[in-house]
Design a protein around this ligand. Structure first.
Ligand code: MN
Ligand code: MN
Length: 268
């Protein structure tokens, strides 16, 4: 009998590749604190209760070594969890952490689509001389063939280099200026969600390093996640910067998103 998978919360407290302001390394433990604070219950909108759910667990944080590259630390440690049939809901960290996570995912998911929610397309070949900057992860993902299809929504910052990269890599990048879409995208095969909190409008999520007005509402993002038409097998929530938050607005939203993404991953 095939053993049922688990869904594990994995903290990735790393912001060395934040190109503007540090802070996202503080996010995982703060989101956990909100989740256990009693300010919200453990029921998810899709009908799963995370409390006492044997499929849902906390895996703790990735350990970062001084000697090894961050890619190696995240890749090797997340691979072990995937080998143990545990799907990951990772908490960043800046957006550079998604690349090694997807590298590990690709080992176990020969077919993989990515839904990437972000104000930015994060396709820079290099940013301020750093090819691993938080502005670059999806250029690395596409170069290394880590997904079959990359769909982006929430985008509202494209420059000419980013547009070139979009056509070079065949990315389906939906800009906010064209929102809402006339026809919603559908997937064929498993989906990995990479959720940069700055994809959501700063009116709902002020706790980010790169506040970009004109984004998605929190309700829109939750509905989009609920309606993913194929199994959601992995996710990350990145770029929440507690130093920029106002009265816990963004940490509360991040905690709500953890619940709703976990509920969706458990419903597969
Ligand atoms: Mn962003
Ligand atoms: Mn990003």
């Amino acid at each position: 009998m095939k053993r049922k998978f688990k869904v594990g919360l994995l903290g990735v407290p790393f912001d060395d590749n934040s190109s503007f302001e540090k802070g996202p390394a503080l996010a995982p433990d703060l989101i956990r604190k909100i989740l256990s604070s009693g300010s919200l219950n453990s029921a998810t909108e899709l009908g799963f209760d995370l409390k006492n759910n044997v499929q849902w667990l906390d895996l703790g944080n990735i350990n970062f070594s001084k000697e090894r590259h961050f890619i190696e630390d995240i890749f090797s440690q997340s691979l072990k969890f995937l080998a143990d049939n545990t799907r990951l809901l990772s908490l960043g960290g800046d957006h550079s952490i998604s690349h090694p996570l997807l590298k590990a995912y690709r080992e176990y998911f020969p077919k993989l689509n990515i839904l990437h929610i972000d104000a930015h397309s994060d396709l820079y070949d290099s940013f301020k001389g750093n090819r691993y900057a938080n502005a670059c992860p999806f250029a690395r993902v596409m170069e290394e063939g880590l997904c079959d299809r990359l769909v982006q929504i929430g985008i509202r910052t494209l420059n000419s280099h980013q547009r070139e990269q979009i056509s070079k890599f065949g990315v389906e990048s939906h800009e906010m200026k064209d929102w809402p879409l006339k026809k919603m995208f559908e997937f064929d095969g498993p989906v990995y969600l990479s959720l940069d909190i700055d994809g959501i409008d700063p009116a709902f999520a002020p706790g980010v390093s790169h506040r970009e007005p004109g984004g998605l509402t929190s309700r829109e993002v939750i509905n989009i996640i609920h309606k993913i038409n194929t199994p959601l097998v992995g996710a990350d929530i990145v770029e929440f910067n507690p130093n920029k938050d106002i009265d816990n607005m963004t940490s509360q939203l991040a905690a709500k998103l953890v619940k709703e993404i976990a509920g969706k991953m458990l419903s597969n």
